[in-house]
Design a protein around this ligand. Structure first.
Ligand SMILES: NC(=O)c1ccc[n+]([C@@H]2O[C@H](COP(=O)([O-])OP(=O)(O)OC[C@H]3O[C@@H](n4cnc5c(N)ncnc54)[C@H](OP(=O)(O)O)[C@@H]3O)[C@@H](O)[C@H]2O)c1
Length: 241
């Protein structure tokens, strides 16, 4: 059995591609999700990957969920914090609820998941934490003040935690995807995609979920042991930092 990898939001979109790539690379994978049971069942039927349901926004649920994963599969050595949501609105119309839901899931969710797993990684002197941030956490995006703040927060957390994990053999890195052709993005009106979005991407196409997954595979590997606190931009040169 390979190392145990836990992917939050691992049943759909980018997370599903990450779960599958980790399985293909020899990891024993657990995929977490929040509520879409049908998608989770379909994912398990197609991939054979076990799924576990809880919300990353709830600390106690994370502690219980991680225990269930570890009881079933063993200690989590690779954690991919991928679960994320949007609640878009221009700031003057944004409600406190829209703000809090996004921060609670995308930023506090990363704390809630990493905090219970961290002590075990420290004891075992090995760990990989990979946080899926976003191009919009790097550059900011109108209509996404909440999302941009949460994803920028993930980058700050990645950099600080990398320094704490360094002596314990734990690396912490972030990946910032640009526009990726998930169901959500492909559902955008084709005219808007072709005339507004794709022209902003110098490589002239959307990214594929598998292209993000391959970044995860590298960062999770033993070969990436000297890479920590870094931000990998995977955005087709749309935003160059
Ligand atoms: N798609 C893009 O172009 C893009 C670009 C940049 C960054 N990203 C980031 O990449 C990540 C994945 O995006 P995606 O487009 O693949 O998303 P997606 O297709 O909407 O899938 C989201 C996944 O996260 C899960 N999830 C949502 N809230 C959760 C919660 N509170 N607790 C546990 N799981 C939760 C969902 O579970 P259910 O199935 O149960 O709902 C689902 O499995 C996100 O962090 C997103 O911000 C995406």
């Amino acid at each position: 059995m390979g190392r145990v990898a836990l992917v939050t939001g691992g049943t759909r979109g980018i997370g599903a591609a990450i779960s599958v790539a980790l399985k293909e690379a020899g990891y024993t994978v657990a995929a977490n999700y929040a509520g879409n049971d049908d998608a989770a069942k379909k994912f398990t039927d197609e991939t054979g990957i076990q799924t576990f349901k809880w919300s990353v926004a709830d600390y106690d649920a994370c502690v219980a969920g991680i225990k269930a994963v570890e009881d079933a599969l063993g200690p989590v050595e690779v954690l991919v914090n991928n679960a994320g949501i949007t609640r878009d609105a221009m700031f003057h119309r944004m409600t406190p609820q829209q703000w809090h839901e996004v921060i609670d899931t995308n930023l506090t969710g990363v704390f809630n998941m990493t905090h219970p797993i961290w002590p075990g990684m420290r004891e075992r002197k090995f760990g990989r934490v990979i946080n899926i941030s976003s191009i919009n956490g790097q550059k900011g995006q109108a209509g996404q003040v909440n999302y941009s703040a949460s994803k920028a927060g993930d980058l700050g957390m990645t950099k600080a935690l990398a320094q704490e994990g360094a002596r314990a053999g734990i690396t912490v890195n972030a990946i910032c995807p640009g526009y990726i052709g998930t169901e959500m993005v492909r559902a955008i009106d084709e005219k808007v995609l072709n005339e507004k979005i794709i022209p902003q991407i110098p490589v002239g196409r959307l990214g594929e979920p598998e292209e993000i997954a391959r970044c995860v595979i590298f960062l999770a590997s033993d070969d990436a042991g000297f890479i920590s606190g870094s931000t990998v931009s995977a955005n087709g040169a749309q935003f160059v930092v």
